[in-house]
Design a protein around this ligand. Structure first.
Ligand SMILES: C[S@@+](CC[C@H](N)C(=O)[O-])C[C@H]1O[C@@H](n2cnc3c(N)ncnc32)[C@H](O)[C@@H]1O
Ligand SMILES: [Zn+2]
Length: 648
C-alpha cells in the first residue's frame, strides 16, 4: 500500500486543513496563510467542481512537505545550512541541489528541458488563443500577425489580453510534472512558460519533495507550483474519469516510462499534451528485444534505423494504451537526442478515431543479410462514399527469403507508422525558438535539430544508412549528395533523419536503392576476391540493375539545413548519458563514470586505426561491429570526405 498521504505535519496544522480555509485564514499570520492557501490549491483546482471532502483531504495531505529521512517529522529545509547545497542555474530557475546527491539532477538533459519549455509555451499559446488571450515573449508575436493557423481565432494585441510568463493565469494550463526530482522543470515552466494556472511538481521520494518545496520558495513561485508527494501512477489515476484532468503531463522517469503510460493517457485532458522521456533506449534499439516486448509490447530490432524505430515503438505503445479508453494520440514532435527519446503527443478522445489506430501501426520485416526493410500495416481502412470498413492488413510484403540477397527476415514491431511530427507545429516551434533564441542555452542545437526534423519525409518510416549500404555490397562509400541526387533523378523523394547523419530516408522501393548501389559499384568496381566469399554482396551485385543510376549532383539534393551550416548533429556532450539514480552510492558511480567516459570508445577508435585482416582476406563476419577498420585504401578517402562534407 502507498504511504504517500500520510501527513507529515503537526496535528494542529492538519486540523486547520480540515476546516474551511477561507474562514480561518484571517486568523493566521500572513506567511502561514499563504502556505496553507497554496497547499489547498490542488484539492480545489483539480477537482474543478466540488471534490468530496475525503478527496480534498487526501490531496491536501499529499501535498504536505514530507518529513526528513531521519523521521523527525520536520522538513529538513528548516535545519539545512546553505553549505549543504550547490546552486544550479538553468533557464530562469535557480535550484538548490543537495550536495549529498539524495535527489536526481542531470545537467546533460538541459536540451530536453529547454525543448520542453519551448513546446509547452507554444501549446499554451495555442490553447489561450482559443480563449481570446495571447502570450508574450515566446517569439511568436510577429508570426501571429502574419499567419492565422488552424481553426484558431485571431487575437488582438490588447495588452490586457496578453499573458506573460511568471504571472498566474486563471484561464491557463494545469501542468503535472509527475517525476520532478528537484522541481527544476516545474520551476522553469512557472518562470518561462506564459499562461500557467498551476503546476504540480510530484515525486515519490521524500528527499525530492523536500527539495522541490525548498526550490519553490527559493524561486518565489509559490503561487504557481505545488509540491506533491505521491506515486505518480496513483496520483494520475486519481485524476482520470470525471475528475478534471491536466492540460500537460511531463514524464521524465529513470529508464522506461512504460509503468506510467496507462495512467498518463487517462489523466490528460481531451486534446492535452503528454511530454515523455525514455532513457532505456538500448532495449528499444535491439539490445534486449524481449525486454522491449515486456515494457512496450513491441519487438525491437538491431538495425541502423533503430533510433527512429525506438521513437516509433514508444508512440505505438502510447497509442495502444490510449485506444483502451477510446482515445488516440497525435504526435507533435518526436526526437531522439543523445541517449534518450523525447516525444510530445496530444491525446484526443474519440471512439471512432481510435478504431483507425490499427491502420496506423505496422510490423517491420528486416532482412538479416542486407538490412532491407519492409513495413507492413496491421490494419486497413476501406472508405467508400460514406461507409468506412476496417479490415486486417494484407501481407506479408516479403517472401520467405529476401528478394535481394536471399537471407531470412526478422520481424520487429508493432511500430507507429504514421508521421512522427506535426509539420505545422514543428514549423511554428522553429520560428518561436529562432525569434527568441536568448531564452535558451541550447537554442542553436534546437534550431539545427528542428530544421532537420522539418525536412524529414513524413510518410516514410525508417531509412537506409549510407555507410551500411556501401558495406553490404563491399563498395567504397558514395558521397551523400550523389546518392540523394540519384534517388531524385529516379523520380523519388529523399531526406535525412535527425537521428542519423548519413540517413537516406526515401519513398523509393528497396529494388531502386539496390539498383543505385549496383550503378555505383559499376563506376567503382569491387575487387572480385572480396565478393567471392560474401554471399550477400555477390547475390546483390550479381543482378543487372533495372534502372540506370544518375549520380549527377542536383541542387535540390542538398538540404537547406545543410546549406545553412546549422548545428544539426552534435557531438555527445561531456559526461553524457543517463545519470545513476539518486541516493545509491551515487558519488562513487559518478566518479567512475567520469573516469571511464569515452575510454572504451577511445579504445575502439584506437583499434579502428588498424586494418581488419579478415576483411582484407575477403570476409569478416563481424561486419560493422568489427573492432578493426574495414576501410581500405581509396575507401578511406571517400568515407572521410563524406563525413567532412557533413561537417561543413
Ligand atoms: C529522472 S528523475 C526526474 C528528473 C527531473 N524531471 C529533471 O528534469 O531534473 C526521476 C524521478 O522520479 C522519481 N520517481 C521514481 N519513481 C516514482 C514514482 N513511482 N512516482 C513518483 N516519482 C517517482 C524519482 O524519485 C526521481 O526523482
Ligand atoms: Zn536481404
Amino acid at each position: 500500500m502507498l504511504t504517500r498521504f500520510k501527513p507529515a505535519v503537526t496535528i494542529s496544522s492538519t486540523k486547520l486543513f480540515s476546516q474551511n480555509l477561507s474562514g480561518c485564514a484571517s486568523l493566521l499570520k500572513p506567511g502561514l496563510k499563504k502556505l496553507l492557501y497554496k497547499r489547498n490549491i490542488p484539492g480545489n483546482s483539480f477537482s474543478g467542481s466540488m471534490a468530496t471532502k475525503t478527496e480534498q483531504t487526501s490531496q491536501r495531505t499529499s501535498t504536505e512537505p514530507p518529513s526528513d529521512s531521519n523521521g523527525t517529522g520536520q522538513s529538513d529545509h528548516t535545519t539545512a545550512s546553505p553549505s549543504d547545497y550547490t546552486i544550479v542555474k538553468e533557464g530562469k530557475a535557480e535550484i538548490l541541489f543537495p550536495n549529498k546527491n539524495k535527489v536526481f539532477y542531470n545537467p546533460v538533459q538541459e536540451f530536453n528541458r529547454d525543448l520542453t519549455v519551448a513546446v509547452i509555451s507554444l501549446f499554451a499559446e495555442e490553447q489561450l488563443k482559443k480563449k481570446g488571450l495571447s502570450v508574450g515573449g515566446i517569439g511568436l508575436e510577429q508570426s501571429d500577425k502574419e499567419t492565422t493557423t488552424d481553426d484558431l481565432p485571431t487575437v488582438d494585441q490588447d495588452p490586457t489580453h496578453m499573458v506573460q510568463a511568471g504571472d498566474k493565469c486563471q484561464d491557463g494550463l494545469t501542468v503535472l510534472e509527475a517525476l520532478s526530482a528537484t522541481g527544476l522543470r516545474a520551476i522553469r515552466f512557472a518562470k518561462e512558460v506564459p499562461g500557467i494556472r498551476e503546476i504540480v511538481a510530484n515525486d515519490l521520494s521524500r528527499e525530492a519533495v523536500s527539495s522541490i518545496q525548498k526550490n519553490i520558495t527559493h524561486n518565489g513561485v509559490d503561487d504557481l507550483v505545488v509540491a506533491n508527494h505521491a506515486d505518480a501512477s496513483a496520483f494520475m489515476y486519481e485524476h482520470r474519469g470525471k475528475q478534471v484532468k491536466f492540460d500537460v503531463i511531463d514524464l521524465d522517469p529513470y529508464g522506461s516510462p512504460s509503468a506510467f503510460l496507462d495512467s498518463a493517457v487517462q489523466s490528460v485532458k481531451d486534446g492535452g499534451l503528454l511530454c515523455i522521456t525514455c532513457t532505456d533506449a538500448a532495449v528499444m534499439c535491439g539490445n534486449g528485444s524481449e525486454t522491449c516486448w515486456t515494457k512496450y509490447g513491441s519487438m525491437s530490432l538491431r538495425a541502423k534505423y533503430c533510433h527512429e524505430m525506438a521513437l516509433r515503438i514508444v508512440l505505438s505503445c502510447l497509442d495502444r494504451h490510449a485506444n483502451r479508453y477510446h482515445r488516440y494520440i497525435v504526435p507533435q514532435l518526436s526526437l531522439f537526442a543523445d541517449f534518450y527519446c523525447r516525444v510530445f503527443v496530444r491525446v484526443y478522445v474519440s471512439q471512432a478515431q481510435a478504431k483507425r489506430s490499427a491502420s496506423k501501426q505496422a510490423m517491420v520485416y528486416h532482412c538479416s543479410g542486407c538490412d532491407t526493410f519492409n513495413v507492413q500495416r496491421i490494419g486497413r481502412i476501406v472508405e467508400k462514399n460514406r461507409s468506412v470498413k476496417f479490415h486486417p492488413g494484407n501481407g506479408p510484403p516479403v517472401g520467405p527469403a529476401c528478394e535481394h540477397c536471399s537471407a531470412t527476415h526478422q520481424i520487429g514491431g508493432p511500430i507507429w507508422a504514421e508521421p512522427l511530427h506535426d509539420a505545422g507545429f514543428v514549423q511554428r516551434l522553429l520560428s518561436s525558438v529562432e525569434n527568441s533564441a536568448d531564452r535558451f542555452n541550447t537554442a542553436q542545437r534546437m534550431v539545427g535539430m528542428l530544421s532537420v526534423v522539418s525536412e524529414e519525409l513524413p510518410d516514410c518510416p525508417m531509412f537506409y544508412c549510407l555507410d551500411k549500404l556501401a558495406s553490404v555490397v563491399r563498395v567504397n562509400c558514395p558521397p551523400l549528395l550523389a546518392v540523394r541526387s540519384a534517388i531524385l533523378h529516379a523520380g523519388y523523394q529523399v531526406s535525412l533523419s535527425h537521428t542519423c547523419k548519413t540517413a537516406v530516408k526515401t519513398d523509393a522501393p528497396p529494388h531502386v536503392i539496390w539498383d543505385i548501389m549496383r550503378g555505383w559499384a559499376k563506376l567503382n568496381p569491387v575487387n572480385p576476391s572480396r565478393l567471392s566469399s560474401d554471399a550477400v554482396a555477390s547475390t546483390i551485385l550479381g543482378k543487372e540493375p533495372g534502372i540506370e543510376a544518375n549520380f549527377t549532383i542536383r541542387a535540390d539534393a542538398n538540404p537547406a539545413s545543410r546549406q545553412k551550416g546549422l548545428k544539426r548533429f552534435q557531438e555527445n556532450p561531456k559526461y553524457w548519458g543517463p545519470k545513476a539514480r539518486a541516493g545509491r552510492g551515487e558519488e562513487a558511480q559518478e566518479d567512475r563514470r567520469k573516469r571511464l567516459q569515452g575510454k572504451r570508445q577511445q579504445e575502439q577508435l584506437d583499434l579502428k586505426q588498424f586494418p581488419c585482416k579478415r576483411f582484407k582476406q575477403g570476409h569478416c563476419e563481424y561486419g560493422d561491429e568489427c573492432r578493426y577498420s574495414h576501410e581500405l585504401g581509396d575507401q578511406e578517402n571517400t568515407t572521410s570526405s563524406t563525413v567532412e562534407q557533413e561537417k561543413e
